[in-house]
Write a protein that binds this ligand. Structure first.
Ligand code: AMP
Ligand code: MG
Length: 391
């Protein structure tokens, strides 16, 4: 539902031309096009001898008439009965159509003896076969990682045009919540959600706009939610449960929000809200820090990808072997903090002892979430389970 609704909202994105060194994690707004054929010449991909394949058979003797290393301009050509010693990355000389690996030859003076035949084209990558001049190397909408940076560098795209980072406003709520850098009173709580959400947004390539924390009062929530709706998306934490002072939903309703859903069948995270308000996606995440993190990963992440102009990244679930039995109340899908290890040839996973969705330290000691399906009450050690690794 998030993917469908946010896709419908995406408008025209502003763009930036960004130096290649700074472009990691951004999304291409324009295609990256090759400025030349790649490889730019018929390229040897082995050290050996450039030959005419028709000359080659076990025991064939060829005369070596020269040498070519990477970067050389070929000036000699290979004819029947001759060869040129060639290094990896060098251009194939005229007349040659294959390379015999050095390991399959022996040399005495200028005479080269082959121990096998090669096919025409063997150990050669032809000009333009990987990429032709003018062709699209990376399409608009591609998220740029290290391999994409290499591909852009290869074709001289030194300043790719990328979309502006989506601005995602973060508003915490709660009378008890104080800035994490201040000294809390005995019954106050440091605000960890604003910074963890900010970090999760940054990791996805968004720009977090941290609005601080609102008291559980209608006037303050109105002002701050209104400010948050200036961004491309708004994430709230806290104030979405059934308590008397959970006022996020009533205030969003005043702003004309359309609620797409206001609960999800998972734990932690059940009271999560997703709404569209003034054309912007709004996520009301539960305030317990682990709930906030889990619901962000499951539901907010695809929205940020779409707002950035990319396809939503699939959640990278993997299978692992459970190393300790576990029991959970059936009815909801549980996402438990757990540790994934690779002690053998397959991954193992063990849940972490925790005190529920407020236990942020347990979450910090975990490196994955272990998924317990709603129909399972007990899972024995040795069973295969689904795991969502972090990061
Ligand atoms: P709520 O969802 O508002 O009912 O809050 C649930 C629990 O999460 C309460 O124990 C809050 O004190 C705690 N909490 C709410 N917001 C934050 C926050 N920004 N940082 C850390 N804990 C929070
Ligand atoms: Mg609260």
């Amino acid at each position: 539902m998030v993917i469908a609704r946010v896709t419908g909202l995406a408008g025209v994105l502003q763009t930036d031309s960004v130096p290649l060194r700074e472009v990691l994690g951004r999304v291409l707004a324009h295609d990256v096009v090759s400025d030349r054929d790649y490889p730019p010449f018929d390229r040897s991909i082995r050290d050996g001898y450039a030959v005419q394949a028709a000359d080659t058979h076990p025991g064939a003797q060829l005369k070596c008439i020269g040498e070519l290393k990477a970067g050389d301009t070929p000036s000699i050509s290979v004819s029947a009965g001759s060869s040129v010693q060639i290094m990896t990355g060098a251009p194939l000389p005229d007349g040659a159509d294959a390379v015999v690996m050095i390991e399959h030859t022996s040399r005495e003076g200028d005479s080269v003896t082959l121990d096998r035949a090669v096919r025409s084209g063997q150990h050669v990558v032809r000009k333009g076969i990987e990429q032709s001049a003018g062709g699209i190397v990376l399409a608009a909408g591609t998220r740029i990682g290290f391999a994409e940076i290499a591909a852009a560098a290869q074709v001289g795209a030194s300043h790719p045009v990328v979309t502006r980072k989506p601005r995602v406003a973060v508003l915490s709520t709660g009378d008890e919540v104080v800035d994490f850098a201040s000294s809390p009173g005995p019954f106050q709580i440091r605000n960890s959600n604003s910074v963890s959400l900010g970090a999760q947004i940054s990791l996805l390539g968004g720009e977090a706009v941290i609005l601080g924390s609102a008291k559980d009062r209608l006037d303050e929530l109105r002002t701050m939610i209104s400010a948050g709706l200036e961004a491309d998306a708004l994430i709230l934490s806290g104030g979405v449960s059934m308590g008397k002072y959970d006022l996020v939903e009533p205030v969003l309703r005043e702003f004309g929000a359309e609620f797409v859903f206001d609960a999800v069948a998972i734990r932690p995270g059940k009271p999560m809200v997703f709404a569209i308000c003034r054309g912007k996606p709004v996520f009301g995440l539960p305030g317990n820090p682990v709930s906030t993190m889990v619901t962000f990963d499951l539901f907010v992440q695809p929205a940020i990808d779409i707002l950035a102009g990319a396809e939503p990244r699939p959640l990278p679930f993997i299978e692992a072997t459970l190393t300790a039995p576990l029991a959970e109340k059936p009815g909801l899908t549980h996402f438990l903090p757990a540790r994934l290890t690779w002690s053998d040839d397959s991954p193992n996973v063990c849940p972490i002892v925790w005190q529920g969705s407020g236990d942020v330290v347990a979450m910090a000691h975990a490196n994955c979430l272990l998924v317990v399906p709603p129909e399972r009450e007990r899972i024995e050690a040795g069973q295969r389970v689904q795991v969502l690794p972090r990061g």
